[in-house]
Ligand binder design. Structure first.
Ligand code: HEM
Length: 556
């Protein structure tokens, strides 16, 4: 399943932002899916026609310029290239471009301003006219790491020693790291990451103990709230993040650690930003959006800061590295880098180290903590479900013993509820965007090789063929008539196929242990009557962001 797909680098993860496309559940996904496919095709297949239109318009512009006969010219004519004309004879009424122009009225101004700036720069640097150069006028590209002279017009940035145009890595920095890499790079990084995560206990006893210990710290914190209204976001992300942190950084962070809280705020902020309509527009129209100022740029800076933090951890590890005693994921990667140092084609380089660590840290924090946060809200809306979980916990675990993964098989109801929470909340609704690696026939549509596709997981998670009440919270979806746990092949919150979530085993363990530990010790009390609890996501895009809420945790 899904073997024809590779990961696409979503524009939003590339320059300068992160990811998202319009999302829906139930019936509306069909309409949206159709729309996404059509738009992708319009943009993929329409390239030549748009090129022709631009060539036409360029001719009109050149004619205008001839008319100026070398006299003073202000540059305003540049707008002709980007403005929609009222002349019905002119072909600039192409539907897809019109849509773009309507959506981004600013696009006119930005494109023409870019061209004007380019001309101005050429005037200031007449020697440049002899070269083949592409102007990139954007402050975020002024990175001295990539560009020798970041703040001056220097076409050499885009030319190799033979004067040929070269594409800079700065433009594709996010196609590295396991989550967004493809081909051999992805295979190597995925195999390596899985091996190291398993070595450090993923899916095994040792990580279970780590989670139990961390859940203990969480319970202590929650007790301190003494049943007062509490906003749970960072209580949950701190504890969950410490589990993956102990694998990638070899340590947990103190809950009072301000830097840790800042990191979590950045991760949470990026997940939200990736899910805004801005991000969705960026994904669909990155060609234009990358030149526009606006909210879609925020996540770029957040991710850069997270990368800086990881780079600083790498430095600390490097300074105290003992190849015989790797302490964490970073150490293991560094050892591999040293072993491969004479191999110019190795994937074990600093960039892949930083980005793969970021992938794990990010994915290992936000997904699980958002699911817990959403789950507690759903349980408050359905107190009868919470009551049944309490009952099962009391029967199987009792009030004192720490919950363990072995309890799961004896707790089918709790297991079914956790599955139902994941099904309904659909926390990563379109997985990670993919890219077809060969021409693919999909339900009668030909998707040409290279087409970006967004596998909307909600289309499966809410498929009425598999779930009786697709849009309702109904734990019985995962129970048979005798109350035993019932698997369902349409349960795909971790996606499906070769790129299926790499941290699934860890996530499943965490969800079970956190839900049971919290509910063993507390009853959840909403601040409003259950009927008034709104479970609509705060934002829906790359992620389904749970609504912000407060609750009281009353000791049992
Ligand atoms: C409730 C928790 C989680 C959910 C719902 C979830 C969901 C997903 C989904 C939908 C994908 C995209 C798969 C695709 O490309 O088709 C994914 C990928 C990934 N996840 Fe998770 N995830 C969760 C927890 C975790 C955890 C705890 C980790 C870290 C240990 C993790 C690490 C990753 C990585 C590294 C990838 C990229 C895999 C690749 O491209 O080969 N995830 N996840």
């Amino acid at each position: 399943m899904l073997d024809f797909l590779a990961s696409a680098t979503p524009a939003i993860f590339g320059f300068p932002v992160a990811s998202g496309v319009v999302l829906a559940s139930g019936k509306s996904w069909k309409t949206l899916r159709q729309f996404s496919l059509t738009t992708t095709r319009d943009f993929g297949m329409g390239k030549q026609s748009i090129e022709k239109l631009i060539q036409n318009e360029t001719q009109h512009l050149v004619e205008e310029l001839w008319k100026s006969q070398g006299k003073h010219w202000s540059g305003q004519g540049m707008k002709a290239l980007t403005e929609e004309s009222s002349d019905p004879e002119r072909e600039f009424h192409h539907k897809s471009l019109l849509t773009v122009v309507q959506l981004f009225f600013a696009g006119t101004e930005i494109s023409s301003t870019t061209l004007c700036c380019a001309l101005l720069l050429l005037l200031k640097n007449p020697d440049v006219l002899g070269h083949y150069c592409v102007p990139h006028i954007n402050s975020a590209l002024h990175d001295s790491q990539y560009f020798e002279k970041p703040d001056i017009t220097y076409p050499g940035h885009f030319l190799d020693v033979e004067g040929n145009f070269r594409k800079w890595e700065a433009f594709i920095a996010f196609s590295m790291g396991v989550a967004l890499a493809n081909g051999e790079r992805w295979r190597i990084l995925r195999r390596f990451s899985l091996t190291i995560l398993r070595d450090f206990g993923m899916g095994k006893r040792s990580i279970e103990e780590r989670i139990q210990e961390e859940a203990g710290f969480l319970l202590e914190e929650l007790r301190k709230t003494k049943g007062a209204p509490t906003e749970p976001t960072f209580f949950l992300s701190r504890t969950v993040s410490n589990v993956i942190s102990s694998v990638v950084f070899g340590r947990r962070f103190d809950y009072e650690d301000k830097m840790f809280l800042k990191l979590l705020q950045m991760i949470n902020g990026s997940f939200i930003e990736m899910s805004t309509p801005w991000a969705q527009l960026y994904d669909m129209y990155s060609g234009i959006m990358q030149y526009l100022p606006g909210r879609h740029n925020r996540v770029y800076y957040l991710i850069e800061e997270l990368k800086d933090f990881i780079a600083s951890r790498v430095k600390i590890n490097e300074e105290s590295l003992d190849p015989q005693n790797p302490r964490d994921f970073i150490d293991c990667f560094l050892i591999k880098m040293h072993q491969d140092k004479n191999n110019p084609h190795t994937e074990f380089n600093l960039k892949n180290l930083v980005l793969t660590t970021l992938n794990l840290f990010f994915a290992g924090t936000e997904t699980v903590s958002s699911t817990l946060r959403y789950g507690f809200l759903l349980l408050m809306k359905h107190p009868e479900v919470e009551a049944k979980i309490h009952e099962e916990i009391d029967q199987v675990i009792g009030p004192h013993r720490i919950p363990s993964v072995d309890d799961r098989v004896k707790m089918p109801y709790t297991d079914a509820v956790i599955h139902e929470i994941q099904r309904l909340t659909d926390i990563v609704p379109m997985g990670v965007p993919h890219n077809v690696i060969r021409d693919t026939n999909f339900r009668g549509y030909i998707l040409p090789k290279g087409t970006d596709v967004f596998p909307l997981l909600g289309s499966v998670l809410k498929d009425p063929k598999y779930f009786r009440y697709p849009d309702a919270f109904y734990p019985q979806h995962f129970l048979d008539e005798k109350g035993r746990f019932k698997k369902n092949e349409a349960f795909v919150p971790f996606s499906s196929g070769k790129r299926i979530c790499l941290g699934e085993a860890m996530a499943r363990m965490e969800l079970f242990l956190y839900f049971t530990s919290v509910l063993q010790n507390f009853s959840l009390r909403p601040l409003v009557p259950p009927a008034d609890i709104d479970i609509t996501p705060k934002i829906s895009g790359f992620g389904n962001i749970p609504p912000t809420y407060e609750l009281c945790l009353v000791a049992r």
